[in-house]
Ligand binder design. Sequence first.
Ligand SMILES: NC(=O)C1=CN([C@@H]2O[C@H](COP(=O)(O)OP(=O)(O)OC[C@H]3O[C@@H](n4cnc5c(N)ncnc54)[C@H](OP(=O)(O)O)[C@@H]3O)[C@@H](O)[C@H]2O)C=CC1
Ligand SMILES: CC(C)(CO)C(=O)C(=O)O
Length: 352
Amino acid sequence: MLSEQAQDAGQLSTAGQRYCIGIVGAGSIGCYLGAHLCQDNALDVKFFGRETMALELAAHGLSVTSFDHHSYFAQPVAFYSSLNSLIECDVVLLTVKATALVPMLSQLKRFLRPDVPVVAMQNGIGIGEMLNQDLANPVVRAIVPFNVVKSSAGQFHRASAGAIVWQQNSYGVVNYIIQTLQQLKLPVQLCANITAAEYGKLLLNLNNALNAISGLPLLQQLLDRKWRLLLAAAMQEWLSICRNAGVKPLAYTALPNVLLPWFLRLPTAVFRHVAGKMLTIDAHARSSMSDDIRSHKRTEIMFLNGAVVRMAQLQQIAAPVNSVLVEQIKRLESGEAALPIDELLHQAGLKA
Ligand SMILES: NC(=O)C1=CN([C@@H]2O[C@H](COP(=O)(O)OP(=O)(O)OC[C@H]3O[C@@H](n4cnc5c(N)ncnc54)[C@H](OP(=O)(O)O)[C@@H]3O)[C@@H](O)[C@H]2O)C=CC1
Ligand SMILES: CC(C)(CO)C(=O)C(=O)O
């Protein structure tokens, strides 16, 4: 049964079955989505992740909040630091970072039943292909457009807006999850052309590296024209590659993608005015790559700006701006400082 709030919104059915959902990689995105799904008593939600997270959720419960004031609390949370219980799952929401996929694959192969759909929620391109190469299970892609940050022990906060894009699919359990989230006021969008959805999200994620290099909160970084000039140039490179590849990236903002670079180059006062609602983002939000750098973790750079550089090489064109960004993130990963913005603009051949 769904909670009262969800029941009010319409009819859902599990056809009498109690679905068991595995959230594999219970961090920001996994805990945020999992807390929503725990509101539905027809679902048995199991979280798989690190022991430190298990202890944290045992002590504090799991709560989620959002910039739009929707909040949920879940306790007790069924948390496992070993993956053995994956065997019970009817579906997996795979929410580890893209960098953790390879070691995770062997575990999934070992414990998952072969018919169980795996929903891959990573940022980046080529994720579905990578999983399909090594995993017999069906893979469904889903793309999260909003930002989630851990705000305190056991608490995850959605800091920006947007509907999760789900690849159209025929798996009853996946479609049940989609409807449940929608009824719990977490917007969803179904998409037949998942390549377009991935490519469109990558356009926005090109800012993850810039945000990490700047060390600033997203809002502050976006309100600085020098950083926007770099982002506009990085986007321009990716849009040219998409055009050459014959893919029209899905738009995640109110503006058409092709206008984004122009829009970013506007003077800040005009940008702020025109952006209006597009800048609905908490003052403290940062990209997930910025969080990785601050916690000394490996970043997803090779799945983002690194993928742009690889595709540019395949198309035999240059992507100097994204190459500079990859280089800078590698510096940060190895503990060196990144170059100042004026130097970056210079290296990228741009003038402020
Ligand atoms: N956070 C955000 O705002 C957004 C994130 N995304 C994307 O969603 C994906 C997930 O990101 P996010 O939730 O931020 O990542 P997190 O790092 O917060 O969560 C992943 C969790 O999985 C754990 N983990 C990794 N490998 C294993 C393993 N083998 N066994 C158990 N636990 C494991 C990690 O632990 P440890 O760190 O110790 O390895 C971590 O706690 C990424 O691809 C990201 O780009 C997309 C949109 C927004
Ligand atoms: C939501 C967004 C675009 C925020 O930067 C993101 O995908 C991330 O942080 O990884």
